[in-house]
Design a binder for this molecule. Structure first.
Ligand SMILES: [Zn+2]
Length: 301
């Protein structure tokens, strides 16, 4: 049975918010056993500054995953940080921010994995509780779907299809194990199409977006000078998003995720559907076999 884990030390970074374009300062701090992940908005006064990183606190999923508390205090673009925490096996962490968004960094989870490795991961004095999927749950929206099915191995699969030849049809499946997230997924960047980016800018969104923090596709071409980090970087990023969105369950998931063109909205609907059926899940301490898969110290990657 793997222990719960937190950071050994606090660590800090700054970056820009993708949608606000504003500079954001972020500090990741160790948190006690059972605390989970929560955000603290240090710039907020007179209202509750704490926003839980939980599936039932998700308030918006249109452009990114946004969580909110009862006072309406929000934190946006949580998914790439949540994916890094999941991928590095960090169960308990307090994330301080002086603005409304997690910084976008390079559009991937790699800078957050680097921060977590610099801080170090520490074992805590309690077993981790994993969310075991007991029966298949599926949500569908037109041609899109997301499902969680029982499996002894935590795994994620995704398929996407876009008209652009730069993306076209891509599938990716990964079973999480030590070092897998860092090696196969962390560096995959978010992406957008030039016409969408221009429309968002006109609407006052994606103000911090640039070729430094997203892959931008125009027609059948990738506009970024350095090209892609993986030939199938697009679908790998969608898997990364899925891992981040599903980490809002409140612990590691012992089951297999299957997404077809799934995004933040459907990923969150899937957690609502799962938790709505008490016969579909249980919290349990992973056994000896599962502990191998959950021993995801980034430092030993
Ligand atoms: Zn993303």
């Amino acid at each position: 049975v793997r222990s719960q884990q937190t950071l050994k030390d606090a660590i800090h970074c700054t970056g820009v918010g993708l949608h606000s374009g504003a500079r954001v300062s972020m500090t990741l701090r160790p948190a006690p056993v059972g605390a989970g992940v929560s955000f603290v908005r240090t710039d907020v006064a007179g209202r509750d500054r704490v926003v839980p990183a939980r599936w039932d606190a998700v308030a918006d999923t249109r452009l990114c995953t946004v969580v909110a508390n009862a006072d309406g205090v929000t934190v946006g673009t949580v998914e790439h940080l949540m994916a890094a925490l999941a991928g590095c096996g960090v169960d308990n962490c307090t994330v301080e921010l002086d603005g409304p968004e997690v910084p976008i960094m390079d559009g991937s989870s790699a800078p957050f994995v680097f921060l977590i490795e610099c801080a170090g991961v520490a074992e805590q004095d309690a077993p981790v509780m994993a969310l075991r999927v007991l029966k298949a749950v599926t949500v569908v929206d037109g041609g899109k779907s997301a499902a969680l099915v029982p499996s002894d191995e935590p795994s994620y699969s995704m398929e996407i299809e876009f008209a652009s030849a730069a993306v076209s049809r891509q599938r990716f499946r990964v079973a999480l194990g030590p070092g897998v997230f860092k090696r196969e997924l962390a560096r995959a960047r978010t992406f957008g199409f030039l016409h969408e980016v221009e429309a968002m800018r006109k609407a006052g969104l994606a103000l911090g977006g640039s070729l430094d923090n997203a892959i931008v596709v125009s027609g059948d071409r990738v506009l970024n000078d350095g090209g892609l980090r993986f030939a199938d970087e697009f679908v790998r990023h969608k898997v990364l998003d899925g891992i981040g969105d599903l980490h809002l369950a409140g612990g590691p998931i012992l089951g297999a995720f299957h997404g077809v063109k799934s995004g933040h909205a459907l990923n969150n609907r899937l957690l609502h559907a799962l938790f709505a059926d008490p016969s579909a899940w249980t919290w349990e301490a992973p056994g000896a076999i599962d502990a191998v898969a959950f021993a995801q110290h980034a430092a030993v990657a």
